[in-house]
Design a protein around this ligand. Structure first.
Ligand SMILES: *[C@@H]1O[C@H](CO)[C@@H](O)[C@H](O)[C@H]1NC(C)=O
Ligand SMILES: *[C@@H]1O[C@H](CO)[C@@H](O)[C@H](O)[C@H]1NC(C)=O
Ligand SMILES: *[C@@H]1O[C@H](CO)[C@@H](O)[C@H](O)[C@H]1NC(C)=O
Length: 472
């Protein structure tokens, strides 16, 4: 009879030991704290307490503390809080189950049993903007018959009004906007405790097109932007029914849309060059949200409108980007002679009205036609030596410089040998003139002499000189 009582007592103790005092809910991958029981404060601050935490029915503690302050742990995921409560981070699947905290103070032993139970929420998901987002939570059944309150907390994005509906721990968001993307938190309240579980939601959309055209200039390289509005893993896009995509181009002053790139989805997402692409685009593997055409060499041929498209089973997204190219054309294809007329024009092409241009050069301040505002986009003038050198044509819109083109004018002096010719021939002319003058002078002089002689002869006859003057 006594033996029977002892057996019953032992069985009861054993059962009691196995039965959990508390159930704690946590998410795999999250963090959980199993609070140490101080048994009404008896064990609160006593340094003489031994604390041993065991997993399931294991014989060695996963972490323990002795009165000397020694702490022994087996796993880096498992640690003590200041009050020797147990912390597990991150929680792994194998953790869901029983834990035991065994404490000793002198000859007394205190046991507490815990059960770690699962909170599961919808896995990371991507949803197309405007569709309905549904997030679900699932709680492992409580054997202690806890009652639960589940609330979902949306990501902390400013000004995000959502049209939500909650039922039984699930939430649905209809007409989902971009701002619903981020980390959603499921809060589970039970038995005076709270557990949280998180999941990430990606809302699929393309970032808006640039509001203004992209201004660039010949000889540059340009990126034509297109981007997903958030950093979504490509595998999620694939799971969301991504079927393909493209870049097309409509040249300025032309209605024909030409294909440039097509999106290949598969183990890798890639822009493939379309067979008869008219523009020097390159193939590119996509690794992030950036779908842009990169490093496109700029020439007047790339003027026009570009369209970036992503095709999903349920929806097609597309964005347009206009590209304007500034170009200077000059009537001089090589060097100019001083005084020669030159025709310079700076424009965005024949189909676009150019905004203001601004010419810059060393001698520009002395060109009367460059003093006006706005400056003329066409210049026609005789070049001077000081116009030789670097020139720039800048494109402005009000106070903003959009782009610029650099070029140089080569002005040469009129060649020296022409001057030599001119000098020599004018020398010759002068010499001949001098000769003529001299000859004329000589001839006139001779005539004068002759005339005088004749006159003297006649004089001799009329008035003979006195004899005394001659030494005869
Ligand atoms: C992409 O999704 C399709 C089904 O939508 C699937 O067959 C394919 O294996 C997926 N590819 C990758 C790389 O995940
Ligand atoms: C895409 O990549 C290019 C080159 O790295 C960069 O200049 C551009 O800012 C990126 N665009 C976006 C939207 O991230
Ligand atoms: C200068 O060139 C532009 C185009 O290149 C042309 O339209 C214009 O008539 C030319 N002007 C003169 C004065 O030659």
């Amino acid at each position: 009879m006594t033996l029977c009582w002892i057996l019953i007592f032992l069985t009861f103790r054993f059962l009691k030991a196995e039965e959990a005092n508390v159930e704690i809910y946590a998410q795999a991958g999250g963090k959980v704290i199993l609070q140490r029981d101080t048994h009404g404060g008896t064990l609160k601050n006593s340094p003489n307490v031994y604390v041993n935490w065991f997993r399931g029915s294991e014989k060695t503690p996963i972490i323990s503390k002795n009165p000397q302050g020694g702490i022994q742990g087996k796993e880096p995921r498992v640690s003590f809080l200041e009050d020797f409560s147990l912390q597990i981070s991150p929680v792994e699947e194998s953790d869901f189950g029983d834990f035991r905290c065994e404490q000793h103070l002198f000859t007394n032993t205190f046991n507490n049993n815990y059960k770690l139970r699962r909170v599961t929420v919808s896995k990371v998901q991507a949803v197309i903007v405007g569709e309905t987002l549904i997030l679900k939570s699932d709680l492992e059944t409580s054997s202690l018959r806890y009652s639960f309150t589940v609330t979902w907390v949306q990501p902390k994005n400013p000004d995000c009004e959502l049209d939500t509906r909650s039922t039984n721990g699930d939430i649905s968001v209809s007409n989902v906007p971009m701002c619903a993307s981020g980390v959603w938190t499921c809060k589970v309240q039970y038995n005076g405790r709270e557990a949280t579980a998180q999941t990430t939601v990606y809302v699929i959309d393309l970032a808006p097109s640039p509001s203004k055209p992209i201004y660039t200039a010949v000889k540059n390289k340009v990126n034509i932007p297109c981007s997903l509005s958030s950093e979504i893993p490509w595998t999620l896009l694939n799971e969301s029914g991504l079927q393909g995509g493209s870049w097309t181009f409509t040249p300025q002053g032309n209605e024909n849309q030409q294909p440039l790139l097509s999106l290949i989805v598969g183990s890798q997402a890639k822009w493939n060059v379309t067979k008869d692409a008219q523009i020097a685009v390159r193939e590119r593997t996509l690794t992030d949200k950036n779908l842009s055409i990169l490093q496109l060499p700029v020439s007047e041929k790339i003027r026009g409108e570009y369209t970036c498209t992503l095709v999903f089973k349920k929806k097609t997204f597309s964005r347009k980007v206009r590209v304007e190219v500034l170009q200077v054309s000059s009537s001089a294809n090589s060097s100019l002679k001083e005084g020669q007329m030159v025709n310079l024009s700076c424009s965005l092409g024949p189909h676009t009205i150019s905004p203001e241009v601004n010419w810059m050069c060393r001698s520009c301040s002395t060109h009367p036609f460059l003093r006006s505002t706005p400056q003329p986009a066409n210049l026609f003038f005789p070049v001077r030596m000081e116009d030789n050198g670097e020139w720039r044509c800048e494109l402005w819109n009000k106070k903003e410089k959009l782009t610029f083109v650099k070029f140089s004018l080569k002005v040469e002096k009129v060649p020296v040998d022409i001057w030599v010719c001119v000098a020599i021939s004018s020398g010759v002319v002068v010499f001949i003139l001098l000769l003529v003058v001299i000859i004329i002078c000589i001839r006139r002089h001779k005539q004068m002499v002759m005339y005088r002689r004749r006159k003297t002869k006649f004089c001799c006859c009329k008035s003979p000189q006195p004899k005394g003057f001659y030494k005869t």
